[in-house]
Design a protein around this ligand. Structure first.
Ligand code: PMP
Length: 446
């Protein structure tokens, strides 16, 4: 194998050959139940004939046109669809090819907004520890996954991190949601003031954390307080919904459950459901109006911005999601899935926390339930769970407990929105088996 994607080049990966619904089949005919949609990508499931047809139709008509010459019907219709599903004002889209590109684009947009408004000194970004915003250098700089940053530290731009909203690990004993949220908002406020409020461009956060700590929903009221702090200091609020957006948590945008409207939102995975690489930046009129008045246009661009085939695929995905009521389905299945997970794993001696929303759940493992002490990172428990799950035909997305030594190994579950209750039961059973096998192996290896 010469495709250099292997985490461990000495262990060959299975070759994915075909897929249908929630199942991927490898070249030996082995079937895997896709409980994480890859990395929370596949929301429609695999092999949807209508999306394939939409991609073919766009290819038959035109494969590509550069955005300095043309827009396309696919890009315009996709932008209109997103605007119709977003709160008033959040109606402008910019289409890129990945989540990282969407995040990079959002940072540059925030920077230009301030320059065009006459505040060129605003160049700083504040974000949170234990977050993930992508692997390109600016996205990595604002990200708070220390393990992913370490190798590239000398290349990263200035960054400022505040505490995440992560009650399982960091809420003080007896602290109410309200007091915890107030404490975190005060920390952001202080950080902005210390940096010099007039130098800060934006605060960036995942509405529901995904890749670094396992799904972590905020406590109620947290984002309302954060929104107030940002407004007080003229700092833009960028919400990264690359993983948590497009219905994954049971509302089209995860922030709808927080009672706020951000200035800029990034989307990617569920937007195209993996049928094409696509990401999006949704910007509020307040931002776009300034960009259009100032230098005249957003000074940014990539060759494949608004790629017609990617937009046509995402448009088909979004139309099917809407027509088939799949976001509503996620909202209904979410509590069922939670019940199943808590029923099977709630009393497990090595499960410290089960958390999530919609079809976006994580199980965090602990060595000891009394203290919630994580397993030693050297035991690589999450990798063992992934491998044990694959052996019983289950795909789940593991996370390492390497963040700062305080967060345990976890497994992230994000099945396609078309998953059935019977498949959710199977996912729960197989995960339980995989956790038991991995824990036994880890104990035996000591
Ligand atoms: N932001 C978030 C919240 C993500 O979860 C990810 C991907 N895991 C990214 C950005 C980066 O997206 P991509 O891998 O498509 O570049």
């Amino acid at each position: 194998m010469t495709h250099i994607v292997h985490r461990n080049p000495h262990v060959p990966l299975p070759v994915a050959a075909s897929g249908s619904g929630c199942t991927i089949i490898d070249s030996h005919g082995r079937r895997y139940l896709d409980a994480s949609g890859g990395a929370a990508v596949s929301c429609l499931g695999h092999g949807h004939p209508e999306v394939r047809a939409a991609i073919s139709a766009q290819l038959d008509a035109l494969e590509y046109a550069h955005t300095s010459f043309f827009t396309t019907e696919a890009a315009e219709a996709l932008a209109e669809t997103l605007a119709a599903r977003s709160p008033a004002g959040l109606g402008h889209s910019y289409f890129v090819s990945s989540g990282s590109e969407a995040v990079e684009t959002s940072l540059k947009m925030a920077r230009q907004y301030h320059v065009d408004r006459g505040e060129p000194q605003r160049h700083r970004f504040v974000s949170r520890r234990q977050s993930y915003h992508g692997n390109t250098l600016a996205a990595l700089s604002i990200g708070g996954n220390m393990a992913r940053r370490a190798l590239y530290q000398p290349l990263l731009m200035e960054s400022h991190h505040v505490s995440p909203c992560f009650p399982f690990r960091y809420r003080e004993a007896g602290e109410s949601d309200e007091r915890y949220a107030t404490r975190l908002a005060a920390e952001l406020d202080q950080t902005i003031v210390q940096l010099g409020a007039d130098t800060v461009a934006a605060f960036v956060a995942e509405t529901v954390v995904g890749a670094t700590a396992g799904t972590v929903p905020p406590v109620p009221g947290y984002f309302r307080k954060i929104r107030e702090v940002c407004d007080r200091h003229g700092v833009l609020l960028i919400l990264d919904e690359v993983m948590s957006g497009v219905g994954r948590t049971g509302t089209f945008h995860a922030f709808e459950q927080e009672g706020i409207v951000p200035d800029i939102v990034t989307l990617a995975k569920g937007l195209g459901s993996g049928y094409q690489p696509i990401g999006a930046v949704l910007a509020h009129r307040k931002v776009v109006d300034v960009l259009h008045q100032g230098t005249g246009a957003f000074q940014h661009g990539h060759t494949y911005v608004g790629h017609p085939v990617a937009c046509a695929a995402a448009l088909a995905v979004q139309r099917i999601i809407q027509r088939d009521g799949l976001v509503e389905r996620v909202a209904t299945l979410g509590p069922r899935f939670e019940q199943m997970l808590r029923g099977a794993l709630g009393d497990h001696p090595h499960v410290g926390d089960i958390r999530g929303r919609g079809l976006f759940w994580s199980v965090e493992l602990v060595a000891d339930r009394a203290s919630n002490q994580p397993f030693a990172p050297s035991l690589k428990l999450n990798a063992r769970i992934k491998a044990a799950a694959e052996r019983v035909g289950l795909l789940c997305y593991p996370g390492a407990g390497t963040v700062d030594g305080a967060v345990g190994d976890h497994v992230l579950l994000a099945p396609p929105y078309i998953v059935t209750e019977a498949e959710l039961e199977t996912i729960t059973d197989l995960l339980h088996q995989a956790i038991d096998t991995a824990v036994q192996e880890a104990h035996a290896s000591r």
